[in-house]
Design a binder for this molecule. Structure first.
Ligand SMILES: Nc1nc2c(ncn2[C@@H]2O[C@H](COP(=O)(O)OP(=O)(O)OP(=O)(O)O)[C@@H](O)[C@H]2O)c(=O)[nH]1
Length: 411
């Protein structure tokens, strides 16, 4: 579903730039050059958010702001400047943010905010606060920016909620709470979850000058003193969630093969070792297949390196289709590996043989160059092996498959 943004702006060049930014962030965008035009558009469409100019020909004093806010459209206000009177008006309404149209940076910032809003819909935030009033206030700030929100009344309940929802990525914790204080909760969360997975923001109304340091030393990423300014709350929250995003991106890049987008060798070894331990405890054999394209060098020599790359990408897609539940990786070059989650050796080898046959019969239709190719595979099943041994054995079987004429699976 494409999200729609309403741009209310009477200067055509600025409206055009904003529309361009919105489209580059994946939105559809409508422009209204007056409040009246905006109201007409709002009666026709559902808007995910709005970018509203403070001064419009038929709304010179920010009168367009309550119109979008009251229609529950998350609103970003663009202003020429932010003098005292403008700020007073802007502060009255539950807007997402205001941006001063001073320079190019303002448009970079708008892009950031438009990118964050749909991202926030995927971010789960746990609010831990014993005061119902304060809890609801923080939740309302979070809902305004489209975060998913969960609540807990104290640290003990927070740990239970975290166990039930392991995908929570932000915890906002008050300090003064019954049963378990915020800094104690923080330390316990850090014992269980790493900095790379969860952000903790401590909040407290205490005057103690040492509390912020205590929170940070217990593992919090940030600290806010109550009562806090919503603008500062959003800035700190966004920066912390952005940091989690950046860590996730770096992690993904480090674990993904750049060409096929399959997991890479590093990811495979890390996860195969974990699988291995579980299988050993459960007294289950480990089953692995090494798969390699036959005469791949000829494909590169005859059709060029780019065509060879196309074949690798197409083969990776076929892997994903045939082995959606297994641990897959491109180990390097034209060599792939499947670590089977399923226990049945019969089922696994049957699936492998089906895959080989599927490639033989369909590969010509995979790529733009219609290059037919085949694959060879070596399969092993071993009790309590080391990963290196398992791969070596599978590689020996693969070598045998090549020696015997290729396009076959050797068990
Ligand atoms: N296009 C492309 N080629 C690659 C890539 N990585 C490795 N290769 C090529 O893969 C080819 C592998 O050749 P060989 O090891 O001789 O194997 P083969 O030609 O498939 O022969 P058999 O495995 O014995 O059937 C080499 O020509 C490498 O240059 C890649 O990312 N893209």
């Amino acid at each position: 579903m494409t999200r729609r943004v309403l741009i209310i702006e009477d200067t055509p060049t600025i409206a055009k730039v904003q529309k361009h930014i919105a489209i580059s962030c994946g939105y559809e965008a409508d422009i209204a050059s007056s409040l009246a035009q905006a109201q007409a558009l709002m009666s026709e469409h559902h808007y995910f958010c709005a970018v509203v100019d403070f001064i419009l020909p038929d709304a010179p004093l920010g009168e367009a702001i309550p119109v979008t806010v009251n229609a529950e459209i998350p609103t970003i206000v663009m202003t020429g400047n932010i003098d005292k009177r403008t700020r007073e008006i802007v502060d009255k309404y539950a807007i997402i943010d205001y941006i001063t149209k001073e320079n190019k940076q303002a448009y970079h910032y708008l892009k950031k905010q438009l990118t964050r809003l749909p991202r926030n819909e995927m971010v789960k935030v746990l609010v831990v606060e014993d005061s119902r009033h304060a809890r609801l206030y923080i939740c309302s700030l979070l809902y305004r920016h489209k975060y998913q929100v969960l609540e807990a009344k104290d640290g003990v309940e927070a740990l239970e909620v975290l166990q039930q929802h392991p995908d929570i990525s932000v915890i906002i914790a008050d300090n003064e709470m019954p049963r378990m204080k915020g800094d104690e909760l923080c330390a316990e969360i850090r014992r269980l979850y790493s900095n790379e997975d969860k952000v903790i923001i401590g909040v407290s109304g205490s005057d103690s000058p040492h509390l912020s340091a205590r929170f940070l030393k217990s593992g919090a990423n940030d600290y806010l003193r109550k009562p806090f300014n919503p603008e500062e709350f959003y800035c700190r929250l966004s920066l912390n969630v952005d940091m989690l995003d950046q860590i996730a991106t770096i992690r993904l890049q480090a674990n993904t093969d750049y060409l096929t987008k399959l997991p890479n060798r590093r990811y495979f070894f890390e996860h195969a070792k974990k699988y291995q331990r579980i299988r050993t405890v459960n007294n289950q054999a480990s089953q692995v297949a090494m798969i390699d394209i036959d005469h791949f060098k000829h494909i590169n020599d005859n059709y060029g390196h780019d065509a060879g790359d196309d074949v690798l990408v197409a083969l990776a897609q076929a892997f994903d289709k045939f082995f959606p539940e297994q641990l897959l990786a491109r180990l390097g070059g034209e060599e792939f590996v499947v670590y089977f989650n399923d226990n049945s050796e019969q089922e696994n080898t049957k699936q492998l043989e089906l895959f080989r046959k599927y490639i033989e019969l369909n590969s010509a239709s995979f790529t733009t160059h219609n290059i037919p190719f085949t694959v060879s595979a070596g399969f092993v099943s071993m009790q309590e092996p080391k990963i290196d041994e398992l791969l070596k054995e599978a590689d020996n079987k693969l070598y045998e498959a090549k020696e015997l004429g290729r396009n076959r699976v050797i068990l």
